[in-house]
Design a binder for this molecule. Structure first.
Ligand code: ATR
Length: 283
């Protein structure tokens, strides 16, 4: 029987995940289907339970349900616990395990696809919401020299840095507002949602000069470097600008592997989306 998977969210209509997973399934000859599962904002638990009761094999979870999903599953893997959020649910008999492949997907895209070294790097993470929280642990696991978290609401960045302190090992870790930002950075990751309104977080342009700038958002066209942050960073003298489409494909590949025990190749799917992606702005 064909195994059923889906992405649950509100809204999900523009998600690229069905196309990505269909491409992975075709390439790896896996017998599965992957659907959109829209849920009203107050009905995550009921919708997920009904999907699994009808025989569903696994779910991806997207906005705004990732935190609620972390409370719904029976067990959490390390990345999901640290993020306080789940983007992948794996059914194991009658139990449900929650994973978070967003942070590992970002790290994989940066290091394997884009050739950006994280070990020993000076990294600025901009934002302190759910998207930022999901990537702090996996970034620290790469042992950067320094990880600074900067956010419009400085207190949220300080709290996120404090919560991550036990995983910081040898990395210098700080959190604060934009005013107090100083030093130089090799990599700047935009994890704010400012770009959804066409805005750019107010980081000093001087910090951007010569840095690799990565936006966790991506443009609906699929064209690289067309997000508001990438355009702004390029104009401010960034060494390179990268958008989040590769992260989207990598987090999907990690979810696919958790479900199917097969690791799909991501390069061809990313190239295919670059030629014609037309929807969705975040995994
Ligand atoms: P997400 O799940 O997308 O991270 P979130 O948890 O609501 O969503 O967090 C949004 C993040 O984007 C926050 O870091 C927010 O800053 P505040 O904590 O100060 O609200 C940031 N953000 C949103 N719009 C922004 C803007 N116009 N300029 C700077 N930061 C912005």
């Amino acid at each position: 029987m064909t195994d059923r998977y889906a992405v649950i969210g509100h809204p999900v209509a523009h998600s690229l995940s069905p196309r990505i997973h269909a491409a992975f399934a075709a390439a790896t000859r896996q017998d599965l289907c992957y659907e959109l599962l829209p849920a009203p904002p107050d009905a995550f638990a009921a919708t997920a339970a009904a999907f699994f009761a009808a025989g569903g094999a696994g779910l991806n979870v997207t906005v705004p349900f990732k935190e609620e999903a972390a409370g719904w599953v029976d067990e959490l893997d390390g990345a999901a616990r640290q993020a306080g959020a789940v983007n992948t649910i794996v059914r194991r008999g009658t139990r449900f395990a929650g994973y978070n492949t967003d942070g590992p997907g970002l790290v994989q895209d940066l290091t394997a696809n884009c050739g950006v070294a994280l070990t020993g790097a000076r990294v600025l993470l901009v934002g302190a919401g759910g998207a930022a929280r999901g990537v702090v642990g996996p970034l620290l696991a790469e042992r950067p020299e320094r990880l600074v978290i900067a956010n419009r609401t400085a207190e949220r960045a300080r709290a996120l840095a404090e919560a991550a302190r036990p995983s910081s090992r040898g990395s210098a870790l700080e959190g604060g507002g934009f005013d107090s930002l100083g030093g130089a950075f090799d990599l700047i990751v935009n994890a704010t949602s400012a770009g959804l309104d066409g805005d750019v977080p107010p980081i000093p342009a001087a910090l951007v000069r010569g840095a690799v700038c990565y936006d966790m958002l991506y443009d609906r066209s699929g064209r690289a470097a067309e997000t508001a942050f990438c355009r702004w960073a390029a104009a401010a003298g960034a060494a390179r600008t990268l958008d989040g489409l590769g992260m989207l494909v990598e987090q999907a590949a990690l979810a696919f592997e958790l479900w199917r025990d097969v690791r799909p190749a991501t390069g061809p799917v990313l190239e295919w989306l670059r030629r014609g992606a037309d929807g969705g702005v975040r995994a």
